[in-house]
Each structure stands twice: as C-alpha cells, then as structure tokens.
Design a protein around this ligand. Structure first.
Ligand code: SAH
Length: 254
C-alpha cells in the first residue's frame, strides 16, 4: 500500500481564478476530497475520485475522517473556502491530530495557502488593509459572546482596521447589532465601513458607507465587513465607486 497523505487547501472566496496553481495540483492528485458540500460543488467531478461531502458543523468528525483515510494510504484533500487556515479546516485537523491517535502525527500533511475573504474584499475597494489590521469572527458557536465584545473593544482601542468574518446568521440575527453598538461607542461616526458580499461570485455586491450610516442588518453569512481605523480614507470618484485605503504610515496614537 502506498503511503497516504493529507493536503489542506482553500478555494478562495469565489472566483476559480483565485485558486492557486498549487491547490489545483493537489486537488488533481487526490483520491478523496473532503469538505462542506457547497465547496466540493465548485470543483469539477474527476473519474476515480471519491467525494465526502459533509455539513458545515461537523468539523472535528470531518478532520478525523480525513486523517483515517490518509492513514489507510489514500491521498486526501480537505477543502475549505478562502484560506484553509483562516476560520477553517486546517486548525480542526491539527486539533484532531493533537487529541487523536499517535500514528496521525506521522502522516505526510501539507497546508496550502489560499486567498482569504478579507484580502478579496480589500482588493475590491482599494487598499483598506494597507496598515495594521485584525480579523474577528462574530460567530459565537465556538466562543462566548463576551469574549467577542472584549476583542472588538480592544481592536477599537488599538485603532486597528477590523475585518469581521461570520457577521450574521439566521440563528443569531441580533449579534451584529450588538457589535455595531460597541463599534459606535468607541470609534468616530465618520469611520469608513465596507460591506463586501459574495466577493468573486456572480452576485457580488460592495457597499461603502460610514459607521453612522451603516445598516448592520444587511450583513449575512456571505458578507465580510471591513471597519476602518482612524487613518482609513475614502477617495470620491464622481459616479464611480470610491477607493478606500489606509495609508502606509499612521500619525496619530489612538
Ligand atoms: N476560510 C474562509 C473563511 C471562513 S468563515 C476564508 O479564508 O475566507 C466564513 C466567512 O467568510 C463568511 O461568513 C464571510 O464573512 C467570509 N466570506 C467567505 N467568502 C466570502 C465572499 N466570497 N465574500 C465575502 N465574504 C466571504
């Protein structure tokens, strides 16, 4: 039996042009693809390749399944959206390895970097991540809400540009309003805010507004929100979409 391996890849936020050649090559060599069904659906079927689609919520089970298949000698690729290491499967695999069979530590494993939603959203509106920034997931499935509030407040106090992942879902429609209350209490009302929805997909929509005027209710699970720092600027361009950018140097101390 040939030695199995495990590759952990991300498909980027949407467009297939944002899948790296390395990720493409890893997928082409796989005997087994594992991932959340909508991600697997983005890949063409290849004869002889097995697909194991799963629900988004069973990450650790999926990770253990991937490791077991690799241990049996299969060439396994675990597929995430965006980058596999950003709020995605790579960490779940390492959690499973740490808690699992000693033999799993010997498996040939590689993580291939991908384009994360935050980068794609930033590219669509200019260069808002040009200076210090942070990323916070607003999902409280995997952490308590008070920790999220604390991190939001700290990010405001540190004057970081903030990328908000998982801003809302049907299960927690009000949390995004709580988050904006925290942001509005700590930041200038003129702070640029970008709602980047379905970036790289056919239904992409970019909205550039301010903290005062933003309607957090428009965010859904396909939206990434960027909140500017005190240095983030908007360049108006007549009828065209403005550019949003954060200068390379910061002058003020928050
Ligand atoms: N690993 C992924 C993130 C998974 S968390 C990555 O690196 O991008 C899922 C969240 O990512 C979504 O709720 C949304 O906030 C963001 N996201 C993923 N794809 C997106 C897209 N095409 N446009 C905007 N946001 C996206």
């Amino acid at each position: 039996m040939s030695r199995g391996n495990l590759r952990i890849v991300g498909l980027g936020p949407g467009s297939s042009a944002w899948i790296t050649p390395e990720t493409e090559a890893m997928i082409a060599q796989a005997t087994d693809l594992i991932g959340y069904a909508p991600y697997l659906d983005r890949l063409p079927e290849t004869p002889g390749q097995s697909r194991h689609a799963s629900d988004n919520r069973v990450e650790l089970e999926r990770a253990s399944h991937a490791l077991s298949l690799a241990e049996e000698g299969r060439h396994v690729v675990v597929v995430s959206g965006g980058d596999p290491g950003v709020f995605a499967m790579a960490a779940a695999i390492f959690e499973a390895i740490e808690a699992g069979k000693p033999a799993w530590r010997e498996i040939d494993i590689e993580v291939s970097p991908g384009i994360t939603a935050m980068q794609a959203a930033a590219a669509r509106c200019g260069a808002p991540l040009g200076h210090d920034f942070c990323a916070i997931s607003l999902s409280d499935n995997l952490k308590p809400w008070n920790l999220i509030e604390r991190r939001l407040a700290a990010a405001c106090d540190g004057d970081f540009v903030i990328a908000l992942y998982n801003p809302a879902s049907k299960a927690r429609p009000t949390r995004i309003h709580d988050a904006f209350k925290t942001l509005r209490a700590r930041k200038s009302q003129t702070t640029p805010v970008v709602f980047a929805r379905a970036v790289g997909r056919t239904d992409e929509h970019i909205l550039i507004t301010t903290l005062a005027e933003a309607d957090p209710g428009i965010a859904d699970m396909s939206t990434l929100i960027l909140i500017g720092s005190s240095e983030t600027r908007v360049i108006a361009r007549g009828d065209a979409q403005p550019f949003v950018y954060t200068p390379r140097s910061a002058r003020r101390s928050p």
